[in-house]
Design a protein around this ligand. Structure first.
Ligand SMILES: Cc1ncc(COP(=O)(O)O)c(C=O)c1O
Length: 413
């Protein structure tokens, strides 16, 4: 491990994870690494209890229906979860409303369905500060609208969408409200029942402090989801078709038990440290970063004039420098990891007019970043911006080309 790396790529994956997560994954897999739910011996039952207990715990964490914890299902990640829920909710002829803030894990499954004439879709733009106006959701509703999908926290510009307001419009119109919580779960509380959210899709390896390879859905009890895959469930093997009951309806094959253990330990860590405290720490550092970057001549920041309803994810560019070059210089010269480009969310960049510019440079502050690391980031950016300014004022050296008649004539061999 590169101990000296300054890691500002927490929106891609939170790293490192709390020590207790690594320890618990290792210990649990050594002592309980048997296939849960498939056999009747004690160890298999204990391994199965870990899954059942985590379903209960996460349902509570998301403010879902605690009397139906089996509707908290595990998948490989949030992309996988969204690929279960999007075709599981929509039928041919249905209309879905979503936003320009979405990640490709929503855009692509929706676009595939539109391309294959399996639904219609509307993408809502965000306003100049980076927010979806709930009034726009209301205006976009059609006779055949069935589902609304919103990215709670943008992985590009960090803005946090007004779930409660959008949820109440969905409830009023009988629409199913799906929230992609990839960036917000573990940082901003989601209260599904209070906010009228019907489905939360989550991923384990970001602020939930679990591992890669685990994610899932929390589905409220009134929501009908069609199963889109089939396979082994470990129970009722004689049935010719996949089981309709939850959790099997949306779970297929051997689960990622180590990932489940990691999420369990991640919940322990969040309980101990407090979601609000983690958020406050990240936002204090993000504010300091924004203040420092704003003072640098040539730096452009996007959608972070006001850090209310914002994550600690900050997008910027330096005038005259390709974002990929900024990322490379930060890495090579300053040992700072950022993410550059389009961040798997091309519609955000398209709306900001950044596609031709090759996107932007994203700093995503995490729970383990420090003030000194933010200072280093500001210093790194200011050095690159100074170099860019100097390069811009000094005209490039022009090498005169000799007039044609003075050039020696070369004979072809
Ligand atoms: C908003 C959002 N949705 C979905 C994803 C996809 O997450 P995963 O790769 O864990 O499926 C990400 C990942 O960065 C994200 O930020």
């Amino acid at each position: 491990m590169r101990q000296d790396l300054i890691y500002f790529d927490n929106a891609a994956t939170v790293w490192p994870k709390p020590e207790c997560v690594y320890r618990f994954m290792d210990q649990f897999y050594r002592t309980h690494g048997v296939n849960p739910g498939r056999s009747g011996y004690d160890l298999a039952i204990e391994a199965g209890s870990m899954l059942a207990n985590l379903r209960q715990r996460l349902t509570k964490f998301f403010g879902g229906d605690e009397d139906t914890p089996e509707r908290l299902i595990f998948s490989y990640n949030v992309t996988d979860a969204l690929n279960l829920i999007i075709p599981g909710l929509l039928d041919a002829g249905d209309h879905v409303i979503t936003t320009n803030l979405e990640h490709n894990s929503v855009i692509r499954p929706v676009n595939h369905m539109v391309r294959d004439h399996r639904c219609e879709a509307t993408y809502l733009p965000f306003d100049s500060a980076g927010f979806i106006d709930p009034k726009d959701v209301r205006k976009a509703i059609r006779r055949n609208t069935k589902v609304v999908i919103v990215n709670h926290g943008s992985n590009v510009i960090g803005t946090v969408q007004p779930l409660r307001e959008i949820g109440s419009i969905c409830r009023e119109h009988g629409l199913t409200f799906v929230v992609d919580s990839a960036q917000s779960a573990g940082i901003i509380p989601i209260r599904m029942k209070e906010m009228d959210v019907d489905v939360v899709a989550f991923t384990g390896h970001k602020a939930l402090m679990g591992s890669m390879g685990i994610g899932g859905l929390c589905v409220r009890k009134h929501v009908e989801v069609r199963q889109v895959r089939a396979g082994g469930t470990g129970v009722r093997s004689v049935e010719s078709y996949h089981l309709e009951e939850y959790p099997w309806r949306l779970e297929f094959g051997t689960p990622n038990l180590v990932g489940v253990a990691a999420l369990w330990a991640g919940q322990d860590w969040l309980d101990e440290h407090g979601v609000e405290r983690v958020y406050a720490h990240e936002m204090r550092l993000a504010s300091k970063l924004v203040e420092g970057l704003r003072a640098i001549d040539g730096v452009q920041l996007y959608c972070c004039d006001n850090l209310q309803n914002h994550l600690s994810t900050i997008l910027m560019n330096i005038a005259g420098v390709d974002p990929a070059d900024v990322g490379t210089i930060l890495d090579v010269d300053h040992n700072i990891a950022t993410r550059t480009g389009l961040h798997c969310a091309p519609l955000v960049h398209r709306q900001l007019g950044l596609v031709e510019n090759h996107g932007g440079v994203r700093f995503s502050v995490g729970a383990f970043n420090t003030d000194a690391e933010v200072d280093a980031a500001i210093h790194g950016v200011s050095e690159i911006a100074r170099w860019a300014r100097e390069r811009a004022v000094k005209p490039a050296k022009v090498v005169p080309i000799a007039p044609a008649e003075e050039q020696p004539v070369r004979l072809m061999a």
